[in-house]
Design a protein around this ligand. Structure first.
Ligand code: GLA
Length: 403
């Protein structure tokens, strides 16, 4: 089995989207846009707690090709993995509401909020569109934010109307996810999908939404980021996210603070009689500090320090925030014991999904082999064969694509 998993290339998904468009709509698309998935290097579950996060945009994108139609309907087909049926939907742009299939709610929600924001309700032009993607699905790499941001970029191109800033774009997409998809996510995924820059990680202050580009491994021939998709998604992933948000808010209240930015480890003592809340708050406070330290480490090209912080982050997510799972722990443990690995942790919401590892490029094959072997020992051969491995460098955010 080859070490790294083969994904469709950008050219392949563009060709697929264009030929499907031609087949269904009998014409060539006029506009194409794409938006990337992301991997978070550090700063997990703190975007909704006024923390800092440090993600990078992936080279893997969701692509949307489309063109105008003369009425006020949208006709949209998706090739994206993990979408429920039917894959082809038609809906009125004058009456946008969440309904089945679920995948289309991300699209409808963005269109709805875009129109509201720019006072274009009832005036949007009809369109036909086709989605294709090479962002691996299964949680952790933000395939939904990629769909949202590709849709938003497409709407801006189609109407010629722009939102005023990337901050606004991210907020419009986040609100779509809250109101149309029912997921009370933070702002990280949408922000990096629009603001990502080649060869940079993004330090995002989730309280002010100010962001800072930090050069990361662009010039380095030696280091690389390795993502491992565990292929599992535990049931808990949906229900536990809102629970964590609630617990963090409760802990903050008991500490008599209005923002985690003002909370310190010393404040945790008031949570002695609430051990679960204490652990949740401790994760938030320490992870926020770790992320600021990680940004400094990256600026100083101190990758040993960065790696150490990634390991601490995983431990905190596993023991204090309790959003890891056996599969992710086995993968992280396997990686951090290999030579050439600087750090490794779960990434994204947790309960399955992916791990992210920072390592020497020439160690990649051995590390993947060890991760597979340990996974086989702990689970079984079939499960290990379902693991996906992708090496990646920081890439650009959402953009128009030439046809
Ligand atoms: C999901 C959410 C993000 C963030 C992460 C955890 O990906 O969409 O907003 O909260 O989980 O860091």
């Amino acid at each position: 089995m080859p070490a790294v998993t083969k994904l469709a290339t950008f050219e392949e998904i563009l060709t697929l989207a264009k030929s499907t468009y031609h087949e269904i709509f009998g014409a060539d698309p006029e506009v194409a846009c794409c938006a990337p998935g992301r991997v978070n290097l550090i700063g997990e579950h703190i975007d909704y707690n006024d923390g800092f996060v440090l993600p990078m945009a992936l080279p893997m994108v969701t692509l949307l090709v489309g063109g105008r139609r003369t009425d006020t309907k949208a006709s949209v087909f998706t090739h994206c993995g993990g979408c429920d049926d039917p894959k082809h939907v038609e809906f009125s742009l004058k009456d946008l509401k969440p309904e089945l299939p679920k995948w289309a709610n991300y699209v409808k929600g963005v269109i709805h909020n875009f129109a509201t924001e720019l006072k274009l309700e009832g005036q949007l032009p009809g369109f036909n569109a086709v989605f294709a993607s090479n962002v691996p699905v299964g949680g952790g790499l933000s395939s939904s934010a990629a769909v949202e941001m590709a849709t938003l970029t497409f709407m801006e191109q189609l109407t010629g109307k722009q939102l005023e800033s990337n901050k606004k774009r991210a907020l419009v997409c986040q609100a779509a996810e809250h109101k149309f998809a029912g997921m009370p996510c933070g702002i990280m995924d949408q922000m990096i999908s629009i603001a990502g820059q080649k060869d940079h990680a993004l330090l995002l202050d989730c309280r002010s939404l100010d962001s800072f580009q930090i050069p990361f491994i662009g010039g380095s021939k030696d280091l690389v980021v390795l993502i491992c998709n565990s292929g599992v998604r535990h049931e808990l992933s949906q229900s536990e996210y809102p629970t964590r948000r609630r617990q963090c808010a409760e802990a903050l209240k008991l500490m008599e603070k209005t923002s985690y930015r003002d909370a310190k480890v010393d404040n945790l003592s008031v949570l002695q009689s609430e051990p679960i809340l204490l652990r949740r708050a401790r994760h938030v406070i320490t992870e926020t500090k770790r992320t600021q330290d990680a940004a400094e480490a990256l600026k100083a090209c101190d990758f040993t320090k960065m790696g150490a912080l990634m390991k601490e982050s995983h431990t905190s997510l596993r023991d204090d925030f309790e959003v890891s799972c056996r599969e992710l722990d086995v993968l992280v443990d396997a990686a951090i014991n290999c030579s050439g690995v600087l750090g490794s942790r779960m990434t994204g919401g947790g309960f399955g999904g992916c791990t992210v590892t920072l390592l020497q490029r020439d160690a990649v094959d051995d590390v993947i082999a060890t991760m597979r072997t340990n996974f086989t020992k702990e689970f079984n051969k079939d499960a290990a064969e379902r693991l996906g491995f992708y090496t990646c460098v920081p890439s650009n955010g959402a953009r128009r694509v030439d046809l």
